[in-house]
Design a protein around this ligand. Structure first.
Ligand SMILES: Nc1ncnc2c1ncn2[C@@H]1O[C@H](COP(=O)(O)OP(=O)(O)OP(=O)(O)O)[C@@H](O)[C@H]1O
Ligand SMILES: [Mg+2]
Length: 406
């Protein structure tokens, strides 16, 4: 039986989906996580303790485990584990991405520099250490601009400013968020030009350096700031096919700049008229539970199944997404407070086209709006004959939900 190490950071939404995919494939799993397996069903699963903040040490732990049990692949469910997976797989001679390229996907300044060296279209940027420098850099680059921390995700700490003066307060606010998240307050901040346009996301799987596009998503809600709460993702994209080709080409250039070769990638791009620029490329699949909007091949395989099959060198036949349009909605957080309950679940699920609703908060959880927050209330899924139908179903279902927040 093939054996994989599955890296599951504490904050992962995806333990169940990966474990289920592994079980269905008849694959033996060792869970690598920061405490006991973050999943009731995985109790009794072999386990190694890692620390996602120490990729080198954690990779050594996995290599040690591999000395005692033969391991066929190492898969990271989320961003926090991708460096560990690359380092450990490199040491074990398993197919992997170059650790340096993967590290660049985890640090927005490294990413911008690597993309700049390869002349991949991206926002003009600067990296600053003080609020005063942030002001000067915005004055240099020109407003509007976006300020962001280098190593957070889910748009946490990402702030648009409309003039240089606003950059001071934004930088200070990011500094407070860094402290709250246990980062060093002296950590640099990225300042970049605000790129107008439509945002799209590309979901792909790399086969020995070749990008197979699994889906291109539109993000139909405007993401103009000052904070960037992601909500709806719909595939297939409604962009003109020629623009989609350009989106894929720019994604390929980004992947090439980092020399990524294996496993899933997730890229975010902006399309402004005929211009396509790369915001980000990550060496992981789509975040949260959004991957549940994707099903592939005749068997309706999950995204996680494809990722595990590829990692194990099993044939991956049906890369074609199923027929209907499909969408996911990351449920926006209406206000900060203590989450109590959700009303209207049945009514939301009864909306035609809606396929699933998962609330990821528990009663009593503290929830925060952006830019301080970084968790989603939950995820809603819908399918329809056209992207418009899937989007309309998500909006109609969301309107039925009422969140009780103290
Ligand atoms: N330079 C920019 N111009 C326009 N919009 C931007 C820019 N940078 C970031 N954004 C917006 O903010 C969102 C989050 O930014 P970014 O992807 O850099 O941070 P993140 O925390 O990694 O987000 P996520 O984890 O959701 O991908 C982007 O998806 C985009 O909508
Ligand atoms: Mg991003």
């Amino acid at each position: 039986m093939p054996h994989i190490v599955l890296i599951l950071p504490t904050s992962t939404y995806r333990a169940t989906d990966f474990v289920e995919a592994a079980e269905r494939l008849g694959v033996e799993i060792t869970v690598a996580s920061e405490d006991r397996p973050p999943l009731a069903g995985a109790a009794g699963t072999p386990h190694v303790l890692i620390d996602c903040k120490s990729p080198e040490t954690s990779a050594a732990t996995i290599v040690e485990h591999a000395d005692r049990h033969s391991i066929d692949a190492i898969v990271a469910a989320d961003d926090q584990g991708v460096e560990i997976a690359a380092l450990a797989a490199a040491r074990l001679g398993l197919p992997h991405n170059p650790p340096i390229g993967v590290a660049a996907t985890r640090n927005k300044a490294m990413l911008r520099r690597a993309l700049a060296r390869a002349e991949v279209p991206q926002p003009a940027f600067g990296v600053v250490n003080t609020a005063e420098d942030a002001v000067a850099t915005v004055a240099d680059l020109g407003a509007p601009a976006v300020l962001k921390p280098l190593g957070l995700s889910a748009s946490q700490g990402v702030i648009r400013v409309d003039d240089a003066e606003e950059a001071f307060a934004a930088a200070e606010r990011i500094r407070r968020i860094l402290i709250m998240e246990g980062h060093s307050p002296g950590e640099p901040i990225l300042v970049e030009r605000f790129m107008p346009g439509i945002e799209v996301a590309v979901e792909g799987l790399l086969f020995d350096g070749k990008l197979e596009v699994l889906a291109v998503f539109d993000k139909p809600d405007p993401l103009d700031g000052p904070f960037f709460e992601e909500t709806i993702l719909i595939t297939p994209s409604r962009l003109h096919p020629e623009m989609i080709d350009e989106v894929v080409r720019v994604t390929e250039r980004g992947v090439g700049a980092l020399e990524l070769r294996e496993g899933p990638i997730h890229a975010e791009l902006r399309v402004d008229g005929s211009r396509v620029i790369l915001l980000e490329v990550a060496a992981r699949s789509i975040g949260g539970l959004c991957g549940r909007s994707l099903r592939f091949g005749l068997l309706g395989s999950s995204l996680e199944t494809l990722i595990l099959r590829r990692a194990l060198g099993m044939p991956v036949a049906g890369l074609r997404r199923e027929g209907p349009a499909s969408g996911a909605m990351m449920l926006p957080i209406p206000r900060s407070g203590i989450f109590r309950s959700v009303q209207g679940r049945e009514a939301a699920l009864a909306v035609p086209g809606v396929t699933e609703l998962e609330i990821s908060m528990h009663p009593g959880d503290v929830i925060r709006t952006l830019p301080e927050g970084n968790r989603y209330l939950g995820f809603l899924f819908a399918k329809g004959p056209t992207p418009q139908d899937a989007e309309a179903s998500l909006r109609a279902a969301h309107a039925k939900l009422e969140f009780v927040i103290d």
